[in-house]
Design a protein. Sequence first.
Length: 281
Amino acid sequence: MGVWFWCTDQSMVQPVLAAKNLKEGQMGANFTGWLKILDVPLYILPGIICLALYPGLKNPDEAYMTMVTNLFPVGMVGLVLAVLTAALISTVGSALNALSTVFTMDIYVKKFRPLASQKEIIRTGHVVTMAGALISVIITIAIDSIKGLNLFNVFQSVLGFIAPPMAAVFLFGIFWKRTTTMAANMALTFGTAFSMGVGILYLWVFPAEKYTAWPHFMMLSFYLFVVISAGMILVSLLDKRRQECTLNMKKVMEKPAKSVILAWTLLTIIMIGLYLFFNGH
C-alpha cells in the first residue's frame, strides 16, 4: 500500500511534477517523508489519552470527538469542527478535481473527442465531477455497513484492495525491463477487477467478522500483490511482441544532488531507528 500511495497517487505525484526542478521535487517529497514521522504522536497518542480518560468508551471511532466535546471550551469546539469541515471539503474537492481532470483530458479528449471544444471539455468535467460525487456517496453508505472494523481499519482495508495492481505495475515497470505493455494492461484491468472482487467478498459477502479463515487485510493485500505480480511475470514471458519504447533510466534520469542523497539517507536512518525502537518496546 505504501508504494501505491507514495509513488503513484496523484496527490503525491502532482506536487512533485509541479516543482521548479528535479532537486526541488525530490526535496519536497523528502519533506513529506519527515512529516510522516508525526503520524505516531498525531494518530496514536490521542487514542492512548482517550483510553486513559474514558476507559468505558465502546466505539473507538468516537474517541476524538468525545475528547473534543468534553475537554475543549465551547468556542474551541466550534473552531475544531470548522477546521475538520474545511479539511474534509478540501480533500473531497481535490479528489473530485483530480478525477475530473484525468478522465476528461486523458480519456475523453485523447481517446474519444480529440477535437472537442473548450466548452464541451468543461461541461464533461462538470458531469464527471457530479458523477464522482454521487458514486462517493454510494460508496460511503456501503462502507458504513461494514461491521467488525473501526473506521481507520475500514479505510486501510479498502485501500488495501486498490493498491496491489498499481504497486505491481509501478515496481515491475521500474525494476524489470522485460515487463511488457500487455502485462501492465492486464494487471490494471483484470488485476484490479480480481482485487476488488476479493475485497467485496472480504468486506460484505463473507465478512471477516464471521468467517475467521480470512487472513488480516494487510496480509491479504500482500497476497493479492503476489498473485498479480506472478500474473505479470507470466504474461511478460509469454508476450513475444516487440516493445514500442523502452526507456534507458541512466539516460533520462539526472544524477541527484548530494544534499538530496544526504536528506534521504538521514530520513531512512531515522525511520529505521524509530521502527526498531518502538518495536523493541
